[in-house]
Ligand binder design. Structure first.
Ligand SMILES: Nc1ncnc2c1ncn2[C@@H]1O[C@H](COP(=O)(O)OP(=O)(O)OP(=O)(O)O)[C@@H](O)[C@H]1O
Ligand SMILES: [Mg+2]
Length: 672
């Protein structure tokens, strides 16, 4: 049976499952959010990094470029030449360094001697005179003269005719000739041009480059690309006499939440999908395993049922057959198809159908005693060949998993072989009885020879007496002879009765019980007892209460019992015993008002212990001519009458006592 979940265990599992799902969803949401945030942070960090890298590169380039400008100007300063040549050289320099918009040669007093404007652009001081915009240049020149190194001036705004203007930085180099101050060379660098020059294609696509003042005011910027103001990096570019603040501003804005969310959602959904698929795979595997186990269990059950030798039959509540096993089909000889769904099964003998239907209605009644059906009943089924055979049917209610009573399950056992065995054993029993009857013939012969001994020896002794009388006749002879002949006739008649009684006794036939007094019974055996006693010279004493108790017995057999006991008693006193001591007492008493006890007491040597154990065994004797049947017969006869027999060793002699049920007290009117 499958292990079933107990109720308290089922509840936590029902509760736990939604909790687990909630936890899973919660974790997924947290993981997704964290993923989005981390991605955004990462993107921000990367963007800032790129801006920093670009700023470093641009600052480096700026320095390099300003160095180039300085070198160019120094070369112009180093050569004293004709004005026209100087002009040509200056134009050449400005062609190669585009940011340089104007070169001036000044005198020692700072007055402009010669000024050359770049041929590529509008001259700087056309709209606004140079005279008003040269304070910064003069300061730089003074510093250059002082320090004997080129000096950059502070930047200044130079308005242009189109309403615009440019930010310009002048750079001044002091000229010396033969150790004397000889004037100045001043170059004007347009900052926006400078930025254009160092701008590479890659940078220009992604960054806005500009120079700003420390308060953030923009002085100049490059190109048309505009920074978003989110990822910017500032660098101070130190030049002699001045320092410029460079700003690199990336076009990129803050990473968008929505694209990141979408990516994360897709990612999360894919993860969830993968988890669900994994769960499904796991579930399917478990189901497959369970199905496999179920199929195995079913196959095992079927194999078990098929190997049963007992027929199994299931019926629904209306009595229709819904299932039979192969053993049942083999038993009745019909196939399962022929049996299924039949209400009157083909294995019911046609002559019994009505009876069986009635019985089935009773048995299938739900209120029927289920216990009685379980104990089984015997009935007769018919094989396909028409042969009838006995079966034992055990029935039990079929109860489904929800406790509904759906039908009846029966096991059917073919008991025909058993019945055949029983018939066989009955026949054997009969044969045994016949043999036993034969044996009883032997028993009868033994008993007859035993019991006829006494009447025959009595007859023999009366006959001998008669012969003696006839040989010496006197006056009493006729009377004595008559008496002897009468006794012989009595004993012959008695012998006949003994034969009949023994016959009935051995055959266990109903014996004729007659009601008589204990005294009458004793009196009828007295002649024979006396005859026996005369041989040993023993005395006989009879003690019967008056009125004598009455018993209902087979008289002849009871006489034989008494004769056997008295004979044993007299025989025990033969031998060395003085004749005077030889007394045999026959005593009758009533015990507990329901039993009559007869005692035959002798004065012999008693029964030895080893003899006592076998006393009542047939054919056990200690006597030379004894048959060992006396006491055995006594016990059988007494027990047949419902009494018991036993013996007791007395201080002198032995008492054999037997009891018989008391019939009723004899009326005083009957003579002893
Ligand atoms: N009154 C008695 N005193 C002592 N021994 C007895 C007495 N009665 C019976 N026995 C012992 O019991 C034995 C069996 O007695 P039982 O009457 O069955 O056979 P039996 O007297 O030997 O032979 P039979 O068949 O001729 O009677 C006797 O052989 C004897 O030894
Ligand atoms: Mg005997």
């Amino acid at each position: 049976m499958m292990p079933t979940l107990s109720k308290p265990a089922a509840k936590p599992i029902r509760l736990r499952r939604p909790l687990l799902w909630a936890a899973l969803v919660g974790l997924l949401v947290v993981a997704q959010t964290a993923l989005v945030l981390m991605t955004m942070r990462y993107e921000e960090a990367r963007a800032q990094e790129r801006a920093d890298e670009a700023a470093n590169a641009v600052a480096g380039e700026l320095r390099h470029r300003s160095q180039q400008v300085l070198q160019g100007l120094q070369m112009l300063a180093a050569r004293v030449m004709a004005p026209e040549d100087w002009r040509q050289d200056s134009l050449g320099l400005m062609r190669s360094l585009n940011e340089l918009a104007r070169v001036e040669l000044r005198g020692v007093d700072g007055q402009i001697v010669q000024a050359v404007d770049s041929s590529f652009r509008t001259p700087l001081f056309q709209h606004w005179p140079r005279a008003e915009l040269q304070v910064e240049a003069e300061l730089a020149c003074a510093a250059a003269l002082r320090s004997a190194t080129p000096q950059f001036a502070r930047s200044q705004f130079v308005p242009l005719p189109d309403g615009l203007g440019v930010e310009v930085v002048d750079v001044c180099i002091a000229l010396h000739e033969s150790g004397r101050h000889a004037g100045y060379v001043v170059g004007s660098i347009v900052l926006s041009r400078l930025l254009e020059e160092i701008r590479t294609a890659d940078l220009s696509r992604r960054f806005e480059l500009s120079f700003v003042e420390s308060d953030g005011t923009r002085l100049a910027r490059s190109g048309s690309v505009r920074g978003a103001g989110v990822f910017a990096a500032d660098r101070i570019v130190d030049l002699p006499g001045n320092s410029l603040q460079l700003r690199v501003d990336a076009m990129e804005r803050k990473p968008g939440l929505i694209p990141n969310l979408a990516v994360a959602l897709v990612l999360g959904l894919s993860l969830a999908l993968a988890a669900v698929v994994a769960l499904l795979v796991h579930d399917v595997r478990r189901r497959a395993r369970a199905e496999g186990a179920l199929a195995e269990a079913l196959a095992f059950r079927k194999a078990m049922e098929d190997s049963l030798v007992t027929g199994v039959r299931a019926r629904d509540r209306s009595g229709r057959i819904v299932h039979v096993n192969p053993a049942f089909c083999t038993m009745v000889g019909f196939s399962a198809d022929e049996l299924l769904a039949t209400v009157v099964p083909p294995y019911w003998p046609p002559e019994q159908v009505a009876t069986y239907q009635l019985r089935q209605a009773e048995r299938l009644n739900p209120t029927a005693d289920a216990q009685a059906s379980r104990e089984g009943y015997e009935t007769v089924f018919m094989r396909k060949s028409g042969e009838r055979f006995p079966v034992m049917v055990y029935e039990a209610p079929l109860v489904d998993s929800v406790g509904k009573h759906t039908g009846w399950m029966s096991t059917v056992v073919d008991v025909s072989a058993q019945r055949r065995m029983e018939d066989l054993s009955r026949q054997q029993q009969d044969r045994l009885q016949a043999t036993a009857r034969l044996a009883s013939v032997g028993e009868m012969a033994s008993l007859l020879s035993h019991e006829l001994n006494q009447p025959l020896s009595a007859i023999a002794s009366y006959a001998t007496g008669s012969i003696n009388l006839m040989e010496r006749p006197d006056t009493d002879t006729p009377a004595l002879l008559h008496q002897a002949m009468q006794r012989i006739a009595e004993q012959a008649e008695r012998a006949g009765r003994v034969i009949k009684s023994v016959h009935n006794f051995v055959r266990r036939r109903e014996q004729a019980h007659e009601l008589l007094g204990a005294d009458v019974l004793i009196e009828s055996v007295m002649p024979l007892v006396r005859l026996q006693a005369r041989k040993s010279g023993a005395r006989i004493e009879v003690d019967v209460p008056s009125p004598a108790p009455r018993i209902k017995v087979d008289r002849t057999m009871l006489e034989q019992v008494l004769l056997n006991l008295t004979r044993n008693g007299l025989q025990s006193m033969e031998g060395d015993m003085p004749v005077a001591d030889r007394v045999l007492t026959i005593k009758v008493s009533v015990t507990q008002t329901r039993w009559v006890a007869f005692s035959v007491i002798d004065a012999g040597p008693g029964v030895a212990t080893e003899v006592a154990q076998q006393l009542f065994t047939p054919f056990f004797t200690t006597k030379g001519e004894g048959m060992g049947l006396g006491l055995s017969l006594c016990r059988t006869v007494i027990e047949q009458h419902g009494g018991v027999i036993d013996f007791e060793n007395l201080p002198r002699g032995t008492a054999f006592r037997f009891t018989l049920p008391l019939a009723q007290l004899r009326s005083a009117a009957v003579a002893v």
